[in-house]
Ligand binder design. Structure first.
Ligand code: ADP
Length: 152
């Protein structure tokens, strides 16, 4: 059976932290589907089309990476997509506590779906999409935190 991982997130915008997790997960899986959230209750800074375009360009040369969009519960979408793994990145203890609760709730709902965590590389551990948005909003240089494709 093919090992397919879903990497869900807002990617508002994609950062070098996300790229690090995806790149390092590639040898572990046959395919990684980056699932871009379209939660109508969330106020994204960048449009869905823009977020998808940046991810697609970043992984244009990587056949094993696909980009999909979803709304609703991640586990429901994962089942619908027929994937067997959820991929998440961990930066710090706060991420761990948050992700642990979500992963345990997800396992309770969907035991057949395994969540796999990768620790972020130390040099990217401080990067978050929210910091990038803050720097962007105040006209600062955010290019150090994002892949080359991200040019608003
Ligand atoms: P969400 O809205 O689900 O928090 P994000 O796009 O912020 O979406 O994050 C998606 C995933 O990427 C999460 O697993 C998050 O922990 C991980 N992630 C975000 N930033 C980094 C980073 N700098 N290093 C490693 N993983 C990261």
């Amino acid at each position: 059976m093919a090992r397919i991982a879903l990497f869900p997130g807002s990617f508002d915008p994609i950062t070098l932290g996300h790229v690090d997790i995806i790149t390092r997960a590639l040898p572990l899986f046959d395919e990684i589907r980056i699932a871009v959230g379209t939660n109508s209750a969330k106020n994204y800074l960048f449009s869905l089309e823009q977020r998808i375009a940046w991810i697609t360009e970043t992984f244009a040369d990587e056949d094993k990476v696909k980009v999909v969009t979803y709304d609703g519960l991640t586990v429901d979408f994962a089942l619908q997509e027929g994937v067997n793994f959820l991929l998440r990145g961990l930066r710090n203890p706060a991420d761990f506590e948050f992700e642990k609760a979500i992963a345990q709730a997800n396992r309770e709902m969907t035991p057949e779906l395994e969540t796999v965590f990768l620790l972020t590389s130390a040099r990217f551990a401080y990067i978050s999409s929210s910091i990038v948005r803050e720097v962007f909003n105040y006209g600062g240089d955010f290019t150090k935190f994002v892949p080359d494709a991200v040019k608003p």
